[in-house]
Design a protein around this ligand. Sequence first.
Ligand code: ADP
Length: 251
Amino acid sequence: MTVLTVDVRKKVYANDCCAIENLAFAVQPGEFVAIVGPSGAGKTTLLNLIAGLDREMQGSISFHSGQERRTTPRTSFMFQEPRLIPWLSVQQNLELVLTAQLRAHPVIAMPDLLALVGLAGCAAMFPGQLSGGMQRRVALLRAFIIEPSLLLMDEPFQSLDAPTANQLRILLQELWQRTRPTVLFVTHSLREAISLADRILFLSGQPSRIILDLPIDLAHPRAIEDASVQNLHESILNRYPLLLTGQSTPA
Ligand code: ADP
């Protein structure tokens, strides 16, 4: 099991834009953490640093398994767009991320995997034949199929209609509860964060740092319209009215 430790002292882009300064936190194995902050706060920058897609920064990001041993986690990244390969079928898109061993001897057969995410019978279809919601289901399955220890998600349900996004949030919680990767989920929606996460890290405006680290103690699975989610949303904003603009000044 891997603990993720993030300590970004400074992230400055080539144009002198300082996106992050003194942002530090640790995440326990299997924790579901949402990262909430205003637009331009540095959320995508932070995920890219953690994924290793960008290594230009001052500070450190490390993963430790038991006995303080540093490791490289098996990581999945789910972006705002599903990013399926258009000329490959659903099955081929999924097989692409599997090792040759797993492709030849799957632990769960492809039809069963697809049924798990409500896509029974869609193996031979191409992304262009699927709705936006179905494409996200494939992308979600592709993220989980490698059994990641770390799952990074950058507003993956942002451009979907509300009912479709709600179904996908429930599906995400089901898949997460089965395999328990550590999840970092970026969103600017406090309701979405409350409906998914064990803990929310709130970021300031640029340069971003953590202004509040809030545990969310509600049972899973949750739906965004649950009264418990709505009530918590209201009470957090009553307590910290400027939180979503990047300020944690109490009322
Ligand atoms: P968020 O995901 O919270 O909306 P970003 O991480 O995308 O924020 O951006 C944080 C800040 O860094 C913004 O001011 C943005 O303009 C700047 N930024 C992001 N990417 C680059 C880049 N490649 N070059 C220069 N500045 C960038």
